[in-house]
Design a protein around this ligand. Structure first.
Ligand SMILES: *[C@@H]1O[C@H](CO)[C@@H](O)[C@H](O)[C@H]1NC(C)=O
Length: 418
């Protein structure tokens, strides 16, 4: 009887198709590639949760390991480092800056007295995943160093679950202060007038927070002259912005997952997730959220009408017990969008990249607007066909045309403005 194997094969195919298939918004190109990427990531997360349930490993550590294994496999299969992006002219070395591990990319030295640009990069991954040394981050920073003749310092700040806020922020700040010291700038022949800080997603959060702190520190002799924020995470008061609602189920960053990354980062109880999704943590009863603070995340004022659509602002009356003391919720070092206008006014010129199909779109758009209102020159680069994470998907099998385009956009802006 051939019937049973045939039935099994059909069932398995249906099951796999069912798991892989996810509705993808019309605006996104290469939908099948994104479905495969998302299915791979979801399978990794499920397996990690199972391993955690069995007591084998922390789920975040399993996911981190799985991503690294996948990247190593790709490297092995194509027997080239970082998907063929070796730049022979760029010298790569690992050091510690202010006690924090960093990877430094140095283009060939220019002539006597020739000064180069400098850029500090913080990678993304929800303050829990990713590494300066692996995968696309290594490739992106190598390419940038090579093409823009820039010394790039990519920071290996500590992650959850090993640490919580404010440790990742403090690691980044310590590395930044060391980078900006006259000795380091002269050792690497960097022009103190041409310094950038950049990062994507959670790294964009860290870049914005560090830029604010550096800009308001009068003891420093050099500061960042530009900041480049790639779909940054900037606030945790409102998880019902139009972009959170519109893109709640768009791969690869789902709305509940972003809330979870926040709870992990802030060291709060993960069981609070449903309450944050309902904005119950920022109700009108919250003793420390006044009118002024609330206005800084009020998208009905800060967003262009075309992004507001017909969404309604959700401000809860009462909230629920026990959610009002999430540590760091109102700390500008965790949520840079909450900074006062006087602080924003001192911040460096900004490049803010946003994607239409991203829960974090409005975080970026609101920050761009607030920086502009404070008198800072801002370039916004909005990708109508972009999704969260696209900027780092540049190599096979997960290479996206919009990823390459957005990376080029960032590079071109820095070429002109750094
Ligand atoms: C949010 O708070 C309201 C009012 O206290 C409560 O009725 C509701 O159940 C809460 N929602 C969640 C998801 O906890």
């Amino acid at each position: 009887m051939r019937l049973i194997p045939a039935l099994l094969a059909i069932s398995l195919t249906v099951l796999v198709a069912y798991f892989v298939y996810t509705p993808i918004p019309d605006g996104i190109q290469e939908p099948w590639r994104l479905m495969m990427l998302d299915a791979g990531f979801r399978a990794t997360v499920r397996l990690a949760k199972l391993k955690s349930w069995l007591g084998i490993n922390h789920d975040v550590l399993s996911i981190r390991q799985a991503i690294q294994d996948f990247e190593n496999l790709m490297k092995l299969m194509f027997s080239s480092e970082s998907g063929g992006a070796v730049k022979p002219g760029v010298k790569v070395s690992d050091f510690a800056f202010g006690g924090v591990p960093v990877r430094v990319y140095e283009p060939p030295a220019g002539g006597e007295g020739y000064l180069r640009r400098g850029l500090m990069y913080f990678h993304g991954g929800g303050w829990a995943l990713g590494s300066a040394k692996h995968g696309s981050y290594d490739m992106i920073n190598r390419m940038l160093s090579d093409e823009l003749n820039t010394v790039v310092v990519s920071v290996e700040y500590r992650l959850y679950p090993e640490v919580n806020f404010p440790v990742p922020y403090l690691d980044c700040l310590a590395a930044a202060k060391h980078f900006l010291s006259p000795e380091v700038l002269s050792r690497y022949a960097i022009d103190p007038e041409r310094l950038a800080v950049a990062g994507d997603s959670a790294g964009g959060n860290l870049a914005a927070a560090v830029a604010q702190e550096i800009s308001t520190d009068d003891t420093l002799s050099a500061r960042f002259s530009v900041q480049a924020l790639i779909y940054p995470v900037l606030q945790a008061l409102d998880f019902n912005t139009p972009s959170y609602l519109q893109n709640a189920n768009v791969p690869i960053l789902y709305r509940p997952a972003m809330v979870r990354y926040w709870l992990q980062y802030l060291g709060a109880d993960l069981s609070l997730q449903p309450q944050l999704l309902a904005n119950n943590h920022s109700s009108l009863r919250h003793p420390n959220i006044g009118h002024e603070l609330r206005a800084r995340v009020d998208w009905t004022i800060l967003l262009p009408q075309k992004h507001q659509k017909n969404y309604q602002r959700l401000v809860t009356e009462k909230g629920s017990e026990g959610v009002q003391d999430i540590p760091g919720l109102l700390d500008v070092r965790a949520a840079p969008l909450l900074a006062a206008p006087e602080v924003l006014a001192k911040c460096p010129r900004a490049y803010v990249l946003t994607c239409e199909h991203d829960v974090l779109r409005d975080d970026g758009l609101m920050y761009a607007r607030r920086l502009r209102d404070a008198g800072v020159a801002v370039t916004t680069d909005h990708y109508e066909d972009g999704f969260h994470g696209c900027f780092t998907f540049l190599t096979w099998p997960f290479e996206f045309e919009v990823g390459k385009r957005s990376f080029r956009g960032y590079l071109n802006w820095l070429k002109e403005n750094l």
